[in-house]
Design a protein around this ligand. Structure first.
Ligand SMILES: Nc1ncnc2c1ncn2[C@@H]1O[C@H](COP(=O)(O)OP(=O)(O)O)[C@@H](O)[C@H]1O
Ligand SMILES: [Mg+2]
Length: 481
């Protein structure tokens, strides 16, 4: 049953059926028209003959010659469409008959069939099987009438029948030819139209995760399939891009994991090369510990990102006072900022207020507290890392419509405009060599972004080179206390 479900088969069947119906209808109606026209012309001929004879009988009843000529001679001179006339008087005696009429036609039947149906033409079969068309009528003899004769006329319609027979033959021939031709043409057309679909399928079959290069060449496709092919190609573009991103990501992970491991290994190998003092061993252990911490931070970040992307991740939402949260972050980074010679301030939107007590009053939102702490901490640690001594890092929160907004602004180095769109990418660092020393993994902002996505919020960054950077987090207040 595969064939019946094939599109090419269905199209061909529909096309052939429609074509055949059309041919059938056309030829059949032509045949009908031809047939009625032939009958009509025969009937006209019969009527004409009756009229001539009636005229002669009425106007010149004594003119036997004219009658004889009309009945006996003229008809005999015709090769085709021979006609026969019989004239009968009131007493039922035949007056004149076309020679040979009795031989061609059964006169008794002719009389019987034309009786009582004046001037009505009827089909009749002759003695030798030829088709005839016959009619009968009465005619007044002389004026004023001296009597009433009966005229019977018969026309041989073999020629017409032959014409119709040939036509029917043609008709069947054409029908046969079209019933062969239509399916052939239809099938070819359908196959041709469907071929692009098969090509698309073939391309799709060739696609694997390592071979995303394949594209469909849609030139010359019907427009519907061209758009399908275009959509398909666009999908492949997207897939290829995300596969590339993933493989770049894994390469980055491998690289970032290798560096600390290599460091630990190198130091251990050097330390083991000869005997060391306790002090030297301590140094090696301390440096190894540092690298181990780096490694475990990196792995922690990676695990965090992987979990955050899982659809199963659930937030532990609590009512959180945002200024209290910012205060916690500020307190945590207080010492670090002081060491770096940076002043870390927490300001309300309506003016500086360390504890957020005045200004807008309490700003409460349903948040996952530890995740938000992590997001803001990442921003503050970035700000401190990229701000030279003497600079300022400012934390602020405020209401904005039905959203809460948290700003972390610094007066640091800023980010070049061309790098700005990429800072949320994993492992992206504006200056990798410089940032390595600051301990960044390049995952900080990616984590901030995924935390905001989990909260249904947004993160936005603006920066001016040499002037400073500001990151804004926005979260809708799901439930205000
Ligand atoms: N406040 C900032 N000022 C200047 N540059 C920044 C700031 N925050 C982030 N960046 C740039 O964006 C990069 C990505 O940041 P992040 O994802 O936190 O990675 P990391 O801090 O581990 O390098 C940083 O390497 C840095 O180049
Ligand atoms: Mg960072």
């Amino acid at each position: 049953m595969r064939l019946r479900r094939s599109l090419a088969f269905r199209l061909t069947a529909a096309y052939s059926l429609a074509g055949l119906m059309l041919v059938l209808l056309g030829t059949a109606s032509l045949y009908m028209v031809l047939r009625t026209e032939l009958d009509r012309s025969t009937d006209l001929f019969l009527a004409d003959k009756l009229h001539v004879l009636r005229t002669i009988l009425r106007d010149r009843p004594e003119d036997e010659d004219a009658l004889r000529e009309e009945i006996e001679l003229e008809t005999a001179a015709r090769r085709y469409q021979r006609f026969y006339i019989r004239l009968v008087d009131e007493q039922g005696r035949p007056v004149l008959t076309t020679p040979g009429m009795a031989e061609k036609l059964d006169i008794a039947e002719l009389v019987r069939r034309t009786q009582g149906r004046p001037e009505h033409s009827i089909s009749m079969v002759g003695n030798h099987g030829q088709p005839f068309r016959v009619t009968g009528a009465t005619a007044l003899v002389g004026a004023p009438p001296m009597g009433t004769d009966t005229i019977q006329v018969a026309v041989d319609t073999s020629q017409e029948e032959e014409l119709l027979r040939r036509y029917r033959l043609w008709f069947w021939g054409i029908l046969l030819a079209t019933s062969v031709l239509f399916p052939m043409v239809g099938y070819r057309t359908a196959r041709h139209g469907i071929r692009p679909v098969e090509e698309i399928a073939a391309t799709a079959r060739k696609i694997t995760s390592t071979n995303l290069r394949e594209r469909i060449q849609a030139e010359g496709y019907p427009s519907e399939l061209e758009s399908l092919a275009g959509t398909f190609n666009e999908m492949l573009d997207r897939l290829e891009e995300s596969f590339e991103r993933i493989s770049r990501f894994s390469a980055d992970i491998a690289h970032d994991l290798r560096t600390p491991v290599n460091n630990i290994r190198g130091e251990a190998e050097v330390a083991l090369a000869r005997a060391r003092t306790v002090e030297e061993y301590r140094e090696v252990l301390e440096s190894s510990l540092e690298e181990a911490v780096r490694l475990s931070d990196l792995i922690g970040d990676l695990l965090f990102l992987a979990r955050a992307e899982s659809p199963l991740t659930e937030l532990r939402l609590l009512k959180v006072e945002v200024n209290e949260l910012l205060g916690t972050v500020r307190d945590y980074y207080d010492a670090t900022a002081a060491d770096a010679g940076i002043s870390l301030v927490h300001a309300n939107r309506n003016g500086p207020d360390r504890n957020g007590v005045d200004g807008n009053g309490p700003l409460t939102a349903e948040l996952d507290r530890s995740l938000m702490l992590r997001a803001v901490s990442n921003l503050v640690s970035n700000a401190i890392a990229h701000t030279p001594p003497g600079g300022t890092v400012k934390l602020a929160a405020g209401a904005e419509g039905d959203a809460i907004r948290i700003d972390v602004a610094d007066t640091g180095t800023g980010i070049p405009a061309e790098a700005l769109p990429k800072v949320f990418d994993r492992f992206f660092r504006v200056d990798p060599s410089r940032c390595k020393s600051s301990g960044g993994t390049g995952l900080g902002l990616a984590i901030v972004q995924s935390i905001m996505t989990l909260h249904g919020g947004t993160v936005q960054i603006t920066s001016e080179l040499g002037r400073g950077t500001m990151v804004t987090l926005r979260i809708h207040i799901t439930a205000m206390s």
